[in-house]
Design a protein around this ligand. Structure first.
Ligand SMILES: Cc1cc2nc3c(=O)[nH]c(=O)nc-3n(C[C@H](O)[C@H](O)[C@H](O)COP(=O)(O)O)c2cc1C
Length: 318
């Protein structure tokens, strides 16, 4: 699968997830077969102002990581001011967030608020395409709410601005993350972009490898962004990859234990033990979910403050 000059060995990407898709999680996803992984959303304004917290989001797991950075901005101004700084991190692709529903973000005019101002999105994408020389993608929703569904004209506008890839999270802004994603609308977009060279990625309600295959079959999309389905479950990338060829596989208990320990070690390397052990809790509860012993393990994870605490939690899994 290609996006502009880039080629990928599968069609399954780790979606951007604020608070989750840091370098350790992207690395683990990559090791289990994710073709690519998108950074947490990065504030163009924060980057332009040299915010240390924003810069930290651009940390990569290895020099050769194919880093896809997601930016959020209300208009082209902070994007113009941050581009040189962003390019120093040598991303291979830049994604523009037009889907974040969080009030703190949309009240500035960024995230899904850009769906109300497509001309601003057009300006940002045109600028990035021209000045970065990289493939640019846009991630958006069906519309602001049920009475303002505009993803078709928004997608056409993004393609006109030169976007190489479009990811549709098939919910409206007002749905947040609730209700069902409407995959039939992803099919509408995929049909519309067929033959244009612009890749269409599906997002929404891909929780299992079967979902990943189903959304590709039902919509004819080029690829899938796996989001909540990958939390504590990087194995989904291997599973989906194999299932594409009809083969069934699932991780062993040993895979789960070893991967969670490895993920924690990467977090400790990146952030130090104190912060890593706190931040790992949200991943760890997903790793153990649904397994015998999970209830007791979660009890330990909720207060885990050391590597030892996590080892104890894992020893409770059967
Ligand atoms: C905790 C969380 C953080 C997210 N952060 C981002 C983000 O930074 N940028 C973005 O474009 N989407 C973000 N999303 C949306 C996901 O990328 C994805 O589009 C959405 O969760 C739908 O997929 P799913 O139903 O399979 O989870 C986030 C979702 C969640 C649950």
């Amino acid at each position: 699968m290609t996006i502009g000059p880039l080629s990928f060995n599968s069609t399954f990407f780790l979606a951007p997830l604020a608070g989750y898709t840091d370098a350790p999680f992207r690395q683990v996803a990559h090791e289990w077969g994710a073709a690519a992984a998108v950074s947490e959303m990065v504030s163009a304004e924060g980057l332009a102002r040299d915010s240390a917290n924003t810069e930290a989001l651009l940390k990569r797991y290895a020099e050769d990581e194919a880093l896809i950075v997601q930016l959020f901005a209300p208009d082209v101004d902070p994007v113009m001011r941050c581009l040189d700084k962003l390019m120093k991190h040598e991303p291979v692709m830049i994604d523009l967030n037009c889907g974040c529903p969080v009030p703190k973000v949309v009240k500035t005019g960024a995230g899904s608020a850009l769906m109300k101002t497509p001309e601003k999105m057009h300006e940002i994408v045109s600028f990035l395409v021209k000045e970065s020389g990289l493939p640019v993608s846009v991630k958006f929703r069906l519309g602001w709410d049920a009475s303002s569904i505009n993803f078709i004209s928004f997608a056409a506008c993004a393609a006109d601005a030169g976007a190489s890839m479009l990811t549709l999270h098939a919910r409206t802004r007002s749905q947040g993350y609730s209700g069902n994603a409407d995959w039939s609308q992803i099919k509408v977009l995929a049909d519309m972009m067929k033959g244009s060279g612009v890749r269409v990625f599906a997002s929404g309600d891909v929780f299992t490898a079967d979902d990943a295959i189903a959304v590709m079959r039902q919509t004819g999309c080029d690829g899938v962004m796996i989001a909540r389905g990958a939390m504590g479950n990087p194995f989904i990338f291997k599973e989906a990859g194999l299932l594409t060829n009809g083969a069934r596989w699932e991780p062993s208990l040993q895979d789960v234990k070893a991967t969670m320990s490895h993920h924690l070690d990467l977090m400790i390397d990146s952030f130090g033990e104190r912060i890593a052990c706190r931040e790992m809790r949200k991943h760890a509860v997903h790793y153990v979910k649904g397994r015998p012993g999970a209830v007791k393990a979660k009890g330990l994870i909720n207060n885990a403050a050391s590597r030892q605490d996590y080892e104890e939690a894992l020893s409770l899994l059967a």
